[in-house]
Write a protein that binds this ligand. Structure first.
Ligand code: ADP
Ligand code: MG
Length: 388
């Protein structure tokens, strides 16, 4: 690891007052520049950030980055994410600055694992790690900057998203999570705030692009291994996490993906109460209620992803083969036309459950409220009250 900034006090002051933080001497950098072969800014960027093409020695230097004044992209309990610039190319970057001193002793190990995990992951829907560094007080994680903001704000602005829009975003995140699981990494903090979205130009069309961030709670999985630490956000926590029993990391990711999809569709969490204990109870015992306006396939997928019985919860492969995912699958996964026995079974179950049956499964009070609301305003679905 390269040496971090020598003046830690200066760094702290820079972060707090949002004055630009520059590592090293600018003159040095200018000298290095003049000795290099002429490259366009774009090709230089591509050369340094493509790990498969570039020897480790030619990758990023901490001294090449500058934090932009006052540009905070987001803030968590222990980290501040700031906008920065890669000076040789002028490219914008996101710099996650983690204050080691503010992390409680029992959580220190999480802070160090994020760059280590990210360095193993290369996927179009996972944020790219460019570089990392640390000094005695801070860890600096230099990341690909994603313009557009997080999915939480995106949903908040729009109140809720239509199924077809959710599908575009969800399929990309599913791809990313599937890839992580193949690499034996579980995320353990999947939620709207940890998904960034941006509109990108694809040919003549604008397409929404989603990327997964924040691998601060990621865990390394191995066969038959069960985790016994309980990170993440309560609203997205699977029942086995609430119960505090040893758990399978991939299964809690699937449950959290279910909550993510639910929240995109409804604009509110599936189980929410200001009183934490009541909320725990809801997660453990309360039957899932979905908006009656959802298609049967969508409601079916939500119920399977958020199954309280971990052994009966759907697998990632089954999600990919689920009827709701059929017509819009983006990303690197190519949908297989051969229906596996598992998918066939799912299809049969789905056909047995008519949409009317599914509506019956909603609590009578909810079903009545839904019907009244629908009559009152045909365009507004009842469960879609924003409640973040
Ligand atoms: N690469 C990025 N590009 C743009 N914004 C980002 C980026 N990474 C993080 N953010 C913003 O900062 C917020 C916090 O980042 P995150 O990595 O989730 O930190 P924390 O561990 O504190 O939750 C995100 O919700 C997002 O709004
Ligand atoms: Mg986060």
């Amino acid at each position: 690891m390269s040496q971090g900034p020598s003046d830690v006090t200066n760094t702290v002051a820079s972060l707090e007052s949002h004055t630009p933080l520059r590592y090293g001497q600018p003159q040095q950098h200018a000298q290095e520049q003049s000795q290099q072969a002429p490259l366009t800014k774009e090709s230089k960027w591509l050369e340094i950030y493509s790990p498969s093409r570039t020897p480790a020695t030619k990758r990023f230097n901490t001294t090449d980055f500058l934090l932009d004044e006052g540009q905070v992209l987001g803030e968590g309990s222990f980290a501040k994410v700031m906008l920065g610039t890669h000076l040789p190319t002028g490219k914008k970057v996101a710099v996650k600055v983690i204050d080691k001193q503010s992390i409680p002793e029992n959580m220190r190990s999480y802070a160090c694992c994020e760059p280590a995990v990210l360095s193993q992951l290369k996927h179009p829907n996972i944020v790219k790690l460019l570089h990392h560094d640390e000094d005695s007080r801070y860890i600096y994680i230099f990341l690909q900057f994603m313009e557009g903001g997080d999915l939480h704000s995106y949903v908040e602005q729009r109140k809720w998203l239509e199924e077809k829009d959710c599908k575009k975003i969800f399929s990309q995140i599913l791809d990313a999570v599937c890839y992580c699981h193949q690499k034996n990494v579980c995320h353990r903090d999947l939620k709207l705030e940890n998904i960034l979205v941006a509109n990108t130009q694809v040919g003549n069309k604008k397409e929404v692009r989603a990327i997964l961030i924040d691998f601060g709670f990621a865990g390394l999985m191995s066969p038959n291994h069960k985790f016994e630490d309980y990170p993440g956000s309560v609203c997205y926590a699977a029942p086995e996490l609430i119960s505090g029993i040893p758990y399978d990391g991939s299964k809690v990711d699937i449950y959290a993906l279910g909550v993510t999809l639910y929240t995109m569709l409804h604009g509110c969490y599936p189980y929410y109460h200001e009183n934490k204990n009541k909320m725990y109870n809801m997660i453990l015992k309360k039957e899932l209620e979905v908006d009656a306006a959802l298609t049967h396939e969508c409601a079916d997928l939500l119920a399977r992803m958020m199954h309280k019985n971990v052994d009966r919860r759907i697998t990632i492969q089954q999600i990919k083969e689920h009827p709701w995912m059929k017509d819009c699958y983006s990303g690197s996964f190519v949908f297989s036309p051969v229906i596996s026995p598992a998918a066939q079974k799912l299809k049969q179950t789905a056909m047995r459950l008519s949409p009317a049956k599914l509506k019956e499964s909603l609590s009578p009070a909810r079903a009545k409220a839904n019907a009244q609301q629908r009559d009152a305003n045909a365009n507004v679905s009842p469960a879609r009250k924003l409640r973040f």
